[in-house]
Design a protein around this ligand. Structure first.
Ligand SMILES: C[S@@+](CC[C@H](N)C(=O)[O-])C[C@H]1O[C@@H](n2cnc3c(N)ncnc32)[C@H](O)[C@@H]1O
Length: 209
């Protein structure tokens, strides 16, 4: 079992104000811009992997998306989001689980979103497993958006080691099944004002495989 086990993340979410954790964003602007840019429809299926209690799901519900899925190791994080959404939580499908266990689902996703979850996988075998699961569940022509700490970003998050990634490294790692649609870097500021450099890639699932 990796260090990102549910009890650890539940502890983090139980003991921190959601708006005070380092990764908090008032508005997940980069993610929303990407979702707009790739041209999804209101019926497109969107999965937020390691979504925690991010406000992305609230924005997607508000925008009228009808096929929203949020997965996280921490039941507590998902409960925070569900409580915040109230009745709207019923419009979302929730998966309290480790993404590495795979998904017992028939459907595919048009947009797989991962902000600051994949980078906790520092074991190459776990990274490969994640890639296999993402490849299996993303529709041909669908998108994988990964935001991870960049090579000049932090080396840990919540006291866990992370792997830093550049745009080129992520594009290369996923190149068998995905083409790079867009890649960039940006600086996120934590609620205490600390800068954290991120790498973002939006990868497009190849049509032929
Ligand atoms: C730094 S937080 C980011 C949360 C959210 N993506 C955001 O941007 O606000 C990382 C999240 O990934 C989740 N996580 C870490 N490893 C995971 C895994 N293997 N499977 C599912 N969730 C995972 C944690 O529980 C945590 O909620």
């Amino acid at each position: 079992m990796s260090k990102t086990q549910p009890t650890y993340w539940d502890f983090i979410y139980e003991n921190n104000d959601p708006s005070q954790v380092g990764w908090y964003q008032v508005k997940p602007a980069k993610s929303l811009a990407a979702i707009r840019k790739v041209g999804l429809t209101i019926q497109s299926s969107i999965l937020d992997v390691g979504g925690g209690d991010s406000l992305l799901v609230d924005e997607l519900v508000q925008l009228g998306y009808q096929n929203i899925h949020v997965l996280d190791l921490s039941q507590k994080a998902l409960e925070n989001a569900q409580n915040r959404l109230g009745d709207d939580a019923k419009q979302v499908l929730w998966y309290p689980q480790n993404i590495l266990e795979g998904l017992d689902l028939k459907l595919n996703f048009d947009f797989w979103h991962d902000r600051a979850a994949f980078h906790f996988l520092t074991d190459p075998m776990e990274q490969i497993l994640y890639r296999e699961i993402a490849s299996a569940y993303i529709s041909p022509g669908g998108y994988l958006m990964i935001s991870a700490f960049s090579p000049d970003g932090p080396t840990t998050c919540s006291n866990l080691p992370v792997q830093q990634w550049s745009v080129g490294e992520l594009a290369h790692f996923y190149q068998d099944d995905f083409n790079l649609f867009e890649g960039f870097n940006y600086t996120h500021f934590t609620p205490s004002g600390k800068p954290q450099n991120y790498t973002v890639v939006i990868l497009k699932r190849k049509l032929e495989f």
